[in-house]
Design a protein around this ligand. Structure first.
Ligand SMILES: Cc1cc2nc3c(=O)[nH]c(=O)nc-3n(C[C@H](O)[C@H](O)[C@H](O)COP(=O)(O)OP(=O)(O)OC[C@H]3O[C@@H](n4cnc5c(N)ncnc54)[C@H](O)[C@@H]3O)c2cc1C
Length: 454
């Protein structure tokens, strides 16, 4: 632990975060020529795993088929070739493509990190960054262990904050209350006959159901679905149609109309719908970034959930489990929200629904999505970062530069990954993040001179 503010640089660039975005940034920065010893990663756990790929449940699979899951954006076969050589998993292969385990993708990232020249020079601080200040044109990053690090350039890659219970629900802590299910370690604690309540109806809920199915769960499962629907399955779509040519100058209502008209009345279970959606998605970011901020916020609130369902879809293995659970009557989907959660008798939970009904269950699994990013919150509260409207999402410009509260982008502060979503559009998937990492490397390494590193 260091006691004093260092007088020389700790690194040319500090990456805050230790998930996939941080790993992608490191890989692309070094590929573009920045020596590894000039980069410092600050974040806990094994680099590259993070919330998405650091899971222990073998049932948790990628939702994107193997050629769509890319660290190298222009090499669709790269992960596929690696997986063929290193992974024995006959269950990965389906008529809609190969869907490997999320932990296998983490292994692939580890293998890619090991290939960086001078890999032994890799430096990671296993701590949380809690505060950032600017000093003499440098950035000082304070960590929760009391240490502080200095660099000229900073990349925020803090990702998907730990899930929280929905607003107003504070049930306390218990092993049978699964607030953060992404690692998948909760499922082995669930006894076979227990009644499980799954809160939410997105991809995390699908993962939870599949994990229960894979361990032959016998008890009833109640799933609270705000819109009453679950994500569709990935299908075997082929070469996308020509990319949609989005009109310019759209407002929010035009934007949703454009999507509806382009997709038409196709059923989202059919391949031509997914194919057409991919053609729509390719160029969605520029018109999104031209929408007035108010419209972006409104659209994300109203239609963000639907876009995510159609965009990501669920892997066919998971969908098969869920279909079987529905057909047998084990799974009951209730169109409602979680309204309250309190203790009941015999260690069970009283689940209050917004439709007025109540359930008594043994286990409650929170699948309502990501929570709040404390570091970004702190920076917004300190007036260092401009939020978009009244949200806690940061303004990021198209060069991935974070925008200060005076509306000017910083020269040396960047952000990649999920936190850029509201500002930049469709950027959540691994391949989109890899594109951002490659763009960041171009901006940060090209035509840049770096100061002395200690
Ligand atoms: C459960 C789940 C499944 C997904 N599945 C897929 C999929 O199949 N295919 C696909 O393409 N995309 C998928 N995604 C999308 C996913 O967002 C990205 O692929 C990617 O994981 C984002 O990586 P990240 O590093 O930005 O975020 P994270 O994975 O959240 O990692 C960020 C890490 O940074 C660290 N950190 C955060 N704040 C700080 C701080 N202040 N100081 C230090 N360290 C910090 C934390 O340890 C955290 O683990 C999935 C996402 C989730 C959540």
């Amino acid at each position: 632990m260091k006691d004093e503010v260092p007088s020389a640089m700790d690194a040319s660039a500090i990456i805050i975060g230790s998930g996939y975005s941080a790993a992608a940034a490191l890989v692309h920065l070094t590929h573009a020529g920045l020596p590894l010893r000039q980069i410092l990663v600050i974040g806990p756990g094994e680099l590259g795993t993070g919330q998405a790929y650091g899971c222990t449940a073998k049932s948790y699979r990628l939702n994107i088929r193997v050629t769509g899951q890319r660290l190298w954006p222009d090499q669709p076969e790269h992960f596929a070739d690696w997986a063929t050589e290193h992974i024995q998993d006959p269950d990965a292969h389906t008529p809609a493509g190969s869907f490997y385990r999320r932990s296998d993708f983490a292994q692939y990232i580890t293998a890619q990190l090991a290939l960086i020249p001078d890999a032994k020079a890799f430096r990671q601080i296993n701590a949380w960054a809690t505060n950032i200040t600017g000093e003499d044109n440098d950035w000082l990053v304070a960590c929760d262990d009391g240490a502080q690090y200095r660099a000229e350039r900073l990349v925020l890659a803090t990702g998907n904050p730990d899930p929280e219970w929905p607003t107003g629900i504070k049930p306390g802590r218990a092993p049978s209350l699964v607030r953060a299910p992404w690692r998948g370690d909760w499922v082995t604690q669930v006894k076979s006959k227990m009644h499980v309540c799954v809160v939410g109806a997105g991809l995390t809920a699908m993962d939870a159901l599949h994990a229960l199915g894979m361990q032959q769960h016998q008890g009833p499962i109640s799933l609270l679905a705000p819109h009453g629907i679950l994500p569709p399955s990935q299908v075997d779509w082929g070469v996308p149609e020509p990319a949609h040519d989005w009109p310019t100058g759209l407002r929010g209502s035009d934007f949703s109309r454009e999507i509806r008209q382009y997709l038409g009345t196709r059923s989202w279970h059919h391949r031509d719908c997914q194919q057409r959606f991919e053609a729509l998605r390719v160029n969605v970011n520029p018109p999104w970034q031209m929408l007035p901020p108010k419209d972006r916020v409104r659209l994300q609130r109203r239609l963000g959930w639907l876009w995510s369902l159609i965009r990501f879809r669920a892997n066919p293995q998971t969908v098969a489990s869920v279909k079987a659970m529905k057909a047998s009557g084990q799974l009951k989907i209730i169109k409602t929200h979680l309204h309250g959660l309190t203790k009941a008798d015999s260690g069970r939970w009283l689940v209050k629904l917004s439709n007025g009904e109540e359930l008594t269950t043994h286990v409650v699994v929170n699948c309502t999505g990501m929570g709040r990013d404390k570091l970004i919150d702190t920076m917004i509260a300190a007036g260092q970062i401009a939020p978009i409207e009244t949200t806690r999402q940061p303004w990021i410009n198209s060069e991935l530069r974070v925008v200060a509260s005076d509306g000017q982008p910083y020269d040396t502060l960047f952000c990649i990954g999920p936190a850029t979503g509201l500002a930049l559009g469709d950027v959540l998937g691994a391949t989109s993040i890899a594109h951002q990492a490659a763009q960041l490397a171009k901006t940060l390494v090209t035509n840049t001179s770096f100061k002395r590193v200690r």
